[in-house]
Design a protein around this ligand. Structure first.
Ligand SMILES: [Mn+2]
Length: 341
């Protein structure tokens, strides 16, 4: 965090403040871990802090210290609005633009009187905060919360609760320290978190060894639907609403499926297309290796975005037309796909 931002934040937090901390819609491990980690830190500094998420978060995170106190906007609209109204400061974590909270919560935030602080690692941050700590080279927002504490000269205040939350966020956002966003500093931060009480083996078990048999069978369906386009170094997976329904689909069940497509030898670009009849859209996740930017691809074609190697988007066409369109777009990227690595 640069000096100017640090000074602004130090001033903001010089006396006890009422803080609301908000993550993005469909919060993942990094959103939840970073928000909870920051809330424990701010509370230890004498502030009051409430974590509010736009909607519910996956079961595999429902053991994290402090997660029972998260306010889910969708379930507690009036209560959430009151918290935002009363807040002196609203921290927005792990997203780059207020539309990422979705729905009417966006206008609640836009109309809030509080000062905003952004901590985020997504590209092209919007300009709504009095202090913007944005760094697209960071592995995760959770890693940034550690650096934030360090900038506040409080890194030694790392409690076990903070450490477990931040470790979980870093671990999930780096694919267990596999993605290219993982730096020596990421590992140094992880080491500090382990020293402060984050038990890596237990966190791994809690997050990854919680599959239902239905999710495993849905993964079988997804792998069976895998299509490989070797000459375009691309692989994609489809899941229909019926296939989801047949396996008692719960939110988060398809998390990580797209990585199996990317794990095929020679593939640098992977996508998963998931039909969502309720919203009349197809939700899409993209992953890539090397310098093929799925952030650009998602922005250009699927009203989405994200990071260079991980992004999301959507299509309002039906699943078949979405796939046909995807296949028709791909040849334009043949050179980029061939030279990605
Ligand atoms: Mn993140």
């Amino acid at each position: 965090m640069n000096n100017e931002t640090t000074q602004v934040v130090k001033k903001l937090l010089a006396s006890p403040q009422k803080v609301a901390i908000v993550g993005h819609k469909n919060p993942d491990g990094d959103a939840i871990g970073s928000c909870l980690g920051l809330s424990f830190f701010l509370k230890s500094q004498g502030h009051s802090a409430t974590v509010i998420m736009p909607n519910d978060f996956p079961d595999f995170l429902k053991w994290l210290p402090g997660c029972d106190e998260i306010v889910i906007y969708e379930k507690e609209v009036e209560n959430s609005k009151k918290i935002f109204e009363k807040a002196d400061i609203i921290f927005t974590l792990d997203f780059n633009s207020l539309d990422r909270v979705g729905g009417e919560l966006q206008s609640v935030l836009e109309n809030a009187a509080a000062k905003f602080v952004m901590i985020d690692h997504h590209q092209q941050p919007a300009d709504y905060a009095v202090a913007t700590y944005s760094d697209v080279k960071m592995s995760s927002t959770s890693e940034m919360v550690y650096h934030f504490m360090d900038a506040m000269d409080q890194a030694e205040k790392l409690s076990k609760e903070i450490a477990v939350n931040l470790y979980t966020g870093i671990m999930t956002d780096t694919g267990s320290f596999r993605f290219s966003s993982t730096t020596p500093t990421t590992h140094r931060v992880a080491a500090k978190l382990i020293e402060a009480g984050a038990q890596s083996a237990i966190i791994n078990q809690n997050v990854y060894d919680t599959n239902s048999s239905e999710r495993m069978k849905l993964l079988g369906v997804a792998l069976n639907n895998l299509v490989i386009l070797p000459e375009l170094h691309t692989a994609y997976i489809t899941l229909t609403q019926k296939e989801l329904d047949d396996h008692n689909f719960k939110k988060g069940d398809t998390e990580g499926f797209v990585n199996y497509a990317l794990s095929v030898k020679g593939i640098v670009f992977a996508a998963i297309f998931i039909e969502n009849k309720q919203e009349s859209i197809v939700k899409i996740s993209f992953r890539s290796k090397g310098n093929f930017s799925v952030n650009d691809f998602a922005r250009n074609h699927y009203s989405g975005g994200g990071h260079i190697n991980a992004a999301g988007g959507k299509s309002s066409q039906d699943l078949n037309n979405t796939i046909n369109e995807f296949i028709s777009i791909l040849p334009r990227y043949k050179n980029a796909l061939t030279n990605a690595l």
